[in-house]
Design a protein around this ligand. Structure first.
Ligand SMILES: Cc1cc2nc3c(=O)[nH]c(=O)nc-3n(C[C@H](O)[C@H](O)[C@H](O)COP(=O)(O)OP(=O)(O)OC[C@H]3O[C@@H](n4cnc5c(N)ncnc54)[C@H](O)[C@@H]3O)c2cc1C
Length: 483
């Protein structure tokens, strides 16, 4: 077995059935189409890194099961070090792409989550899900497959459970059970990196009760499975797919997809949960613990690029970066807070009997709240340091910069230091992209809403026990109850 190269990866995407649409058009070649080429480029960089001695330790690992070197994003997260390595991979990936590479992390976390949950189901119910999952995961390792992870359903009315929805297709569910597999239907929404993935790993989107057992389903399908259609979501201004030159500041990017499952057949060997609703709460709990710890790595990696962009923009504006030391340091503190909080959640985690490491719930959810807050503060500081041209992208386009008649006026206007006008424009577009464009990795809702995280923190915080400490220290003898 050998590690795929960039070329092998791109060929594997080209071999798939075209089933991705945007603007009503079918994308024939996902590798070159302007809508998807940047998200593919972001993911392809992981394969370059796997063959680079300086970065291979970040992007690959020797599998303890087979002794073979595999892409790290297909590995078992067995130990604290493995999950810390997940976080480091994400930080590094953001430094190289400026944006999210969801196909390298959500599916990875989802398959590890299901290692724990299938273990529990098999032990308690006598099912055979763990063996299936291990067999499927071994294929992913052998073939270095990129796996997008799909939890989020379109959901419909948020105040109702799936079976109460007017249109039950808003949540992925089982419509038929056959001897050889199941047929599924419904919509998973906002799935990061799906267009760059070889496989889609589906998890139930929430904890369900008995009446919603048909929605308690987990499985994996090839991204081009019969009956599955992807519709890309991002607006063109987000990943600059319609723009050229410095207006399209990076060659990387992210798109999310709506996944339309129109009666997709899933063979039994690829089904890892089907109706066991009592275990859906564990799916959400284990998934969010590691995801919300490791997402600290994503926003930190992007924050590192934001600090760098602020330094260079200050200089391109003719000012010393030292003038902004306090703001730059605050940005660094914001970064390291989410990184450190995530690392702390991982360090205080535990190993599940299935042999996967699970981060500490409370700290992971606290981190999610910081992730939904601090990067916005860093973006504000980036815009503050850089000036109005970054805040609103308010300067002429690449085509105007090179216009025969008035281009030289645009160029004069953009020159502000020894740096060329074009370098200043490039940096400004990058900083704009990082602070108001596709660079924004979904800090608020990616990995779930901060309110959801706060709910868990509330549930995990023993208010009465803490009241007991205060009562004792204050020497209060009486019970002070809720009014
Ligand atoms: C950039 C990005 C990348 C993403 N990538 C992926 C991915 O790869 N895979 C994936 O599965 N998902 C992905 N998501 C989806 C993400 O997980 C969801 O956005 C998130 O879980 C929130 O769901 P929602 O967007 O439907 O918001 P909503 O559920 O509509 O929430 C909106 C607000 O309403 C509140 N709310 C919702 N329901 C209730 C209720 N019943 N009672 C009270 N308050 C409520 C929430 O707390 C929140 O404040 C991504 C999202 C983003 C933005």
């Amino acid at each position: 077995m050998s590690l795929k190269t960039r070329e092998d990866y791109l060929a594997s995407l080209r071999d798939m059935r075209p089933n991705i649409y945007k603007f009503g058009q079918l994308i024939e070649d996902v590798v070159t189409d302007p809508v998807t080429r940047r998200v593919v480029e972001s993911h392809a960089r992981a394969f370059d890194a796997a063959h680079d001695p300086e970065r291979e330790e970040i992007f690959t690992v020797v599998s303890p099961e087979t002794g073979e070197r595999i892409m790290r994003f297909t590995s078992v997260l067995a130990t604290m070090d493995d999950v810390l390595a997940n976080m480091r991979l994400k930080r590094h990936s953001f430094r190289e792409t400026g944006s999210c590479t969801g196909g390298l992390c959500v599916g990875w976390n989802a398959m590890n989550t299901m290692r724990a949950v299938t273990f529990e189901m098999d032990s308690e119910l006598g099912t055979d899900y763990s063996r299936r999952l291990r067999a499927w995961a071994a294929q992913c390792q052998e073939q270095c497959l990129v796996v997008a992870g799909a939890l989020t359903d379109a959901k419909g009315d948020r105040s109702k459970v799936p079976s109460q929805q007017e249109d039950t297709d808003v949540t992925v569910h089982v419509v038929e059970k056959r001897d050889d597999g199941i047929v599924v239907r419904g919509v998973k929404a906002m799935i990061a990196g799906a267009a760059a993935a070889n496989e889609i790993f589906v998890l139930p989107g929430s904890g369900y009760r008995e009446g919603d057992s048909g929605y308690a389903v987990s499985f994996a399908v090839p991204r081009d499975a019969e009956g599955l259609t992807l519709v890309e979501c991002r607006r063109p201004s987000d990943n600059r797919e319609m723009e050229a030159g410095f207006d399209s500041p990076v060659e990387t990017g992210i798109t999310q997809s709506y996944l339309l499952f129109d009666n997709v057949f899933v063979p039994n060997e690829r089904v890892f949960m089907c109706g066991e609703y009592k275990y859906t709460a564990a799916v959400i709990r284990y998934f969010t613990a590691n995801y919300r710890a490791c997402i600290g790595g994503c926003v930190t990696g992007q924050g590192d690029v934001m600090v760098g962009a602020a330094v260079l923009m200050a200089r391109a504006n003719g000012l010393s970066a030292k003038k902004f030391t306090e703001k730059l340091v605050q940005m660094a503190i914001n970064n390291e807070t989410t990184f450190g909080m995530g690392a702390g959640a991982i360090a205080l985690g535990r190993q599940h009997p299935a042999g996967v490491w699970l981060a500490d719930d409370t700290l992971a959810h606290v981190n999610k709240v910081h992730v939904a807050t601090l990067p916005y503060e860093s973006r504000r500081l980036l815009q503050d340091v850089c000036g109005g041209l970054v805040e609103t992208g308010c300067f002429p386009s690449f085509a105007d910069f090179h216009h025969e008649e008035y281009g030289h006026w645009v160029q004069k206007s953009l020159k502000a230091s020894k740096a060329t006008a074009e370098s200043r424009a490039r940096l400004a577009r990058l900083a704009e992209w990082l602070s108001i464009g596709a660079g924004v990795p979904g800090c608020m809702h990616g990995g779930g809403s901060p309110d959801g995280a706060k709910l868990v923190v509330r549930l995990n915080t023993p208010l009465e026990a803490y009241a007991g400490y205060a009562k004792k220290l204050a020497g209060v003898a009486e019970e002070i109850t809720e009014p």
